[in-house]
Ligand binder design. Structure first.
Ligand code: ZN
Length: 145
């Protein structure tokens, strides 16, 4: 992979110092997602309070892309309303499906635009989306309750 050097640093930094890693005791729901093509796994706890993402904690094992992306996802979504979180999620998914043609909306995605280069590599897109899909699933399951 030939990722832009600065973006590579951002991803490695989140991998080494992940945000919200370590599962909370309290949660509304827990989901477990795997990415068999790479061997990445994540367990995610989600709590919603008054329409807001009050807490996301996660634990997992996997490649630097999957773990860094989960770190950025939790950092971005905690504190947002579920509606705002859906907008960020949709923006990240659009970026990851862009096959390298998009730069990403830095206002919405902040550090997560670092994954724009990853979107050129279909095998790694699933790594980058793992944590986000876990959030989406958890939020959906809470809504269904
Ligand atoms: Zn991976």
């Amino acid at each position: 992979m030939n990722l832009d050097h600065m973006y590579q640093e951002v991803i490695l930094d989140h991998y080494k110092h992940p945000e919200h890693k370590g599962l909370s005791v309290d949660k509304d729901i827990q989901v477990h997602h795997v990415n068999p093509s790479c061997g990445d796994e994540i367990t995610l706890n989600l709590s919603l309070t008054d329409g807001k993402v009050s807490d996301i904690t996660w634990d997992g094992i996997g490649c630097s892309i999957s773990m860094a992306s989960a770190s950025m996802m939790s950092g971005l979504l905690v504190g947002k309303s579920t509606a705002e979180a859906s907008i960020v999620l949709a923006s990240f998914m659009e970026l990851m499906q862009s096959k390298g043609t998009m730069q990403g909306d830095e206002e919405l995605l902040e550090d997560a635009v670092a994954f724009s280069g990853v979107s050129k590599f279909p095998a790694r897109v699933k790594c980058a989306l793992l944590g986000w899909m876990a959030y989406k699933d958890a939020a959906f399951q809470i809504a269904e309750k």
